[in-house]
Design a protein around this ligand. Structure first.
Ligand SMILES: NC(=O)c1ccc[n+]([C@@H]2O[C@H](COP(=O)([O-])OP(=O)(O)OC[C@H]3O[C@@H](n4cnc5c(N)ncnc54)[C@H](OP(=O)(O)O)[C@@H]3O)[C@@H](O)[C@H]2O)c1
Length: 352
C-alpha cells in the first residue's frame, strides 16, 4: 500500500512475544497525520531500519533501554524527509536520519536527528554501512578486538549488516578472516564477494570440525554476534590473549529460558583464566556514539573506493515490516534489512 498524505499508518506492539515474535504480536493502525508544534517538525519516513535489538524492546525484561509499551509504535531508526518544519535548524525537504519508528509520519523536536546531504545517492546507507551497524562493526572490532596483522578473526552472521563489515575491516587490517553464516549462498558471497578467507555454514552437522580446519592457527579475535552453538564451537579454538567483542547473541533472543545443562560457566571461566581471554560487551551509542566522526572518516573512503562492499536486503511497504522482522530472527535476510516505506523517487519538497 502506498503512503498517503493524510493517513499515518503505524505498526504498534500488540502483545509481548513468548518465544519467536508472531504476526499477531503487532497491530497495523491508521491515524491522522500529526501536526508539529512550535520547535517541532513533521517527518515522513522513506526508509525504516529493521534490527535485532528490536526483539529486546518487545520484551519487558530488564535491559539497557526501556521496552516499547503495549499499544505503542515500534521503535526504529529511519531515513525521513522533513515535510513541515517549525524548527529553526531544519527546513522542508531536508533529508534526515531520525528515530521515527514503524510508521509513515512522526513528529520530532530535532533531538538526535542528523541531516543528510540531499544529493546522497543511497540515503538508506545511513541506516547501515554509514550508520548504527557500521559504527558497531568498526568500534567493536578496532577498540575491543584490536586486530593485528596476521591474526585470525572469526565472525558469525557474516553476511549481515554488522558481520559483513567486521570481516571486511579485519581484512583491511591484515587478518585472516573466517565467517560463519546460514547456508551455502551466504557463505559463497562471504568468500567470493566480501573476500573472506573461508566461511562455514552453521547449519552443517560438523561445524566444530570445519571451524577447526579453517582456523589452523586458532582464533585470536571472535567477534560475537550470535552465541549458542557457534560460541561452543569457537571456545576451544580461542588462543591465549584472544579478544571477544561481545556485540550480540541473536541465537538467544527468542529463548524463553536458559539452555538446558550441563552448566558450562566453569568451562568458559576456566578458558578465560588460563588463556587470559578478554571478553567485553558494548552498546554502540552509549559507548561509542561520540566517535561517530572517526568512523565516518574511515568508512566513507573505503566505501567510495570499493574496499568495503555493502549489500542491502530491501523490502517494500511498511506493512511488510512485520514478516521481514520475524524473518530477520530466523536468518531470512541476506544483507542489511531495510523497509522502503516512502516513494522510490526522493522528490524533495513535493507532496505526493
Ligand atoms: N551491541 C550493540 O550495540 C549492537 C549494535 C548492532 C547490532 N548488534 C548485534 O549484532 C548482531 C548482528 O546484527 P545485524 O544488525 O548485523 O543483523 P544481521 O546480521 O543483518 O541479521 C541477523 C542475522 O543473524 C543470524 N541469525 C539469526 N538467528 C540465528 C541463530 N539462531 N543462530 C545463528 N545465527 C542467527 C542470521 O544470519 P545467518 O543466516 O548467516 O545465520 C541473520 O541474518 C545481532 O546480535 C545484534 O543484536 C549489537
Amino acid at each position: 500500500m502506498n503512503q498517503s498524505t493524510h493517513v499515518n499508518r503505524q505498526i504498534t506492539l500488540a502483545a509481548r512475544p513468548n518465544g519467536a515474535p508472531m504476526p499477531n504480536d503487532f497491530k497495523l493502525l491508521e491515524s491522522p497525520v500529526p501536526t508539529p508544534a512550535n520547535g517541532e517538525m513533521l517527518l515522513r519516513t522513506l526508509y525504516l531500519s529493521l534490527d535485532p535489538y528490536m526483539r529486546g524492546r518487545m520484551s519487558d525484561a530488564k535491559s539497557y533501554a526501556e521496552p516499547v509499551g503495549i499499544g505503542e509504535v515500534m521503535v526504529g531508526g529511519s531515513i525521513c524527509r522533513v515535510e513541515v518544519s517549525n524548527h529553526g535548524d531544519f527546513e522542508q525537504g531536508d533529508l534526515v536520519v531520525a528515530f521515527g519508528g514503524w510508521q509513515d509520519y512522526s513528529v520530532s523536536d530535532g533531538v538526535g536527528v542528523i541531516k543528510l546531504d540531499k544529493t546522497m545517492q543511497n540515503p538508506s546507507y545511513g541506516l547501515g554501512v554509514l550508520g548504527m551497524p557500521g559504527l558497531t562493526a568498526y568500534m567493536g572490532l578496532l577498540d575491543i578486538g584490536e586486530p593485528q596483522v596476521g591474526e585470525t578473526l572469526v565472525v558469525a552472521a557474516a553476511t549481515g549488516a554488522v558481520g559483513s563489515l567486521v570481516g571486511q575491516i579485519a581484512k583491511l587490517k591484515g587478518c585472516r578472516v573466517v565467517g560463519i553464516a546460514g547456508g551455502q549462498e551466504k557463505c559463497d558471497y562471504a568468500v567470493n564477494e566480501l573476500g573472506f578467507d573461508a566461511c562455514i555454514d552453521h547449519r552443517s552437522a560438523n561445524l566444530d570440525e570445519q571451524l577447526a580446519q579453517a582456523c589452523p592457527d586458532g582464533i585470536d579475535i571472535y567477534y560475537e554476534n550470535v552465541g549458542g552453538k557457534v560460541f561452543d564451537a569457537v571456545l576451544p579454538l580461542l588462543n591465549t590473549k584472544a579478544r571477544v567483542p561481545l556485540c550480540g547473541l541473536i541465537s538467544q533472543y527468542n529463548a524463553t529460558e536458559l539452555p538446558v545443562g550441563p552448566d558450562r560457566i566453569g568451562l568458559l571461566m576456566g578458558n578465560m583464566l588460563v588463556k587470559r581471554i578478554k571478553m567485553q560487551g558494548f552498546i554502540v551509542f552509549d559507548d561509542y556514539g561520540h566517535r561517530y566522526k572517526e568512523f565516518q572518516d574511515a568508512m566513507v573512503p573505503w566505501l567510495i573506493s570499493g574496499q568495503i562492499k555493502y549489500k542491502e536486503d530491501k523490502v517494500t511497504g511498511l506493512e511488510q515490516a512485520i514478516t521481514a522482522f520475524i524473518g530477520l530472527l530466523q536468518g531470512k535476510n541476506f544483507g542489511k534489512l531495510i523497509v522502503r516505506v516512502g516513494p522510490e523517487q526522493l522528490d524533495f519538497g513535493a507532496k505526493s
